[in-house]
Design a protein around this ligand. Structure first.
Ligand code: UD1
Length: 337
């Protein structure tokens, strides 16, 4: 299959590119490097042993997208491109709505114009209503989102659902990610946050490498066994393989399916610290501080739909995730810079 990856040089996009190539697909990347580095392309060439078909363009740029679609006959699109910093989305809601919605709309219009009918969307567990009781299943309520980033995921799910309803030949997979961590086994691609990391694992790896003194644990007074929040951490390579399985699925099915990509197992913040320490032998100094606004006590998936529809399950352990995150960080202390 020939597959376009928008945002293909980002954290999840780059790992998905590698897995698509490994599965024998022909992948093409479009990215404008607004939150990623051109160095990723060199790393992907080393991993796959062949040049990357790449276009530097903004997905909101209708003309550029039209030319890319005209050049390649795509069988399917995987749409990763989008702003993703939760805190920044609260400060700059208009920039988030403009960029994330505009790129999705332009992409759908370009798909329609060129007769491309299959799309995998990079959604998030954040679309589930905070009222839902885990394990979170696809049929549960969505909405009540607590930040503009989450609303953009919610709205793009709706845009794609309505577009598929109006265009019966379309096939759409809304992949709802839980908490992706880890990195490619080569240690050459991984998560490269700009500035102070917001997410737990990049913060831990920066503490381990001495870039930061200690981890702040956001609250130990939650109604969980050890008082810290519980999340469904998933290895980014497992997540990437979920996209390959979703592309295969779309070849044979029409309509819209929302599908969780998670392990189904929840770990607390303290579990992750302990797992990282035992996988790497490095102590992580931490301090318990106040809760972070918007954090839910417990979030983990019911991954059974992905198994049933895609034949996919996450295979890697928390130990693998810690080891691989650390390999990436220790081999690239400054990320791609
Ligand atoms: C966050 C976003 C979510 C996004 C996801 C991407 C929020 C509220 N949610 O999820 O929308 O899709 O990232 O991966 O921002 N923690 C600490 N100290 C830290 C960092 C995190 O204790 O320095 C804790 C958090 O309180 C949380 C857990 O670690 O309990 C995981 O946090 P994080 O990695 O930021 O993921 P989420 O908040 O689940």
């Amino acid at each position: 299959m020939k597959i376009l990856l928008t945002g293909g040089t980002g954290y999840i996009g780059s790992h998905t590119y590698a897995e698509l190539c490994a599965a024998g697909h022909d992948a093409v990347i479009v990215d404008n490097f607004c939150n990623s580095s051109p160095v990723v392309l060199e790393r992907l060439e080393k991993i796959t042993g062949k040049p990357v078909a790449f276009h530097e363009a903004d997905v909101c740029d209708e003309k550029a997208m039209d030319a890319i679609f005209a050049q390649h006959g795509f069988d399917a699109i995987i749409h990763f491109a989008g702003y993703k910093a939760v805190g920044e989305s609260v400060e700059k809601p208009l920039a988030y709505y403009r960029n994330n919605l505009d790129s999705a709309l332009t992409l759908c219009e370009t798909m329609k114009k060129h007769g491309v009918k299959r799309i995998v969307f990079s959604s998030s567990a954040t679309v589930y209503s905070p009222e839902c009781v885990p394990p979170l299943a696809e049929g549960m309520a969505r909405g009540g989102c607590v930040n503009p980033y989450a609303w953009t995921k919610f709205m793009i799910e709706q845009i794609l659902t309505d577009t598929a309803a109006a265009n019966p030949g379309w096939s759409v997979a809304l992949l709802r990610y839980f908490n992706p961590i880890g990195a490619h086994k080569s240690g050459t691609i991984g998560e490269d946050p700009v500035g102070i990391p917001n997410n737990l694992m990049p913060f831990i790896t920066q503490v381990a490498s001495g870039v930061r003194d200690k981890l702040n644990v956001f609250g130990d007074d939650y109604p969980t066994p050890d008082g810290t929040c519980i999340r469904d951490y998933i290895h980014v390579v497992d997540l990437a393989k979920g996209h390959v399985a979703a592309c295969d699925y779309l070849m044979a099915h029409r309509g819209v399916e929302a599908i969780n990509l998670g392990t189904g197992t929840g770990y607390s913040v303290f579990d992750v610290i302990r797992a990282f320490e035992s996988a790497t032998g490095i102590q992580i100094p931490y301090e318990v501080v106040g809760r972070r606004a918007g954090d839910l006590p417990v979030s983990y998936s019911d991954p059974s739909k992905a198994k049933k529809l895609l034949g996919w399950t996450a295979g890697k352990t928390l130990d693998d995730m810690c080891r691989d995150s650390w390999r990436w960080q220790s081999q690239n202390p400054k990320g791609y810079r």
